[in-house]
Unconditional design. Structure first.
Length: 94
């Protein structure tokens, strides 16, 4: 097998991309781990929004629904928007 050598930094002129996990990164749980009970971490959201403003492509990533088979996409999009998250895409789930 031949492996590709990755470069450490994004080449000049190309948009940088950040994949950001949602749970335990921009939101946390006070007790039960239920998505409707998640509480946003506005400090972490502000850091990611700053990257968006600086030209990074922000892709939020989640495994929500991957075990249960439930589709949490609309709920998650509603949360991201209500928390003021700036992003380009949401990926993951079931």
């Amino acid at each position: 097998m031949e492996f590709h050598e990755a470069k450490r930094l994004t080449p000049e002129g190309q948009q940088k991309v950040a994949f950001v996990d949602i749970d335990e990164t921009i939101c946390f749980y006070p007790g039960k781990r239920r998505y409707d009970l998640s509480e946003p971490d506005y400090d972490n959201i502000a850091k990611i929004n700053k990257m968006f403003d600086e030209g990074w492509k922000i892709i939020y990533w989640t495994a929500r629904g991957s075990v249960s088979g439930k589709d949490y996409r609309n709920h998650t999009l509603t949360q991201l928007n209500s928390w003021g998250c700036k992003f380009h895409e949401l990926k993951g789930g079931n």
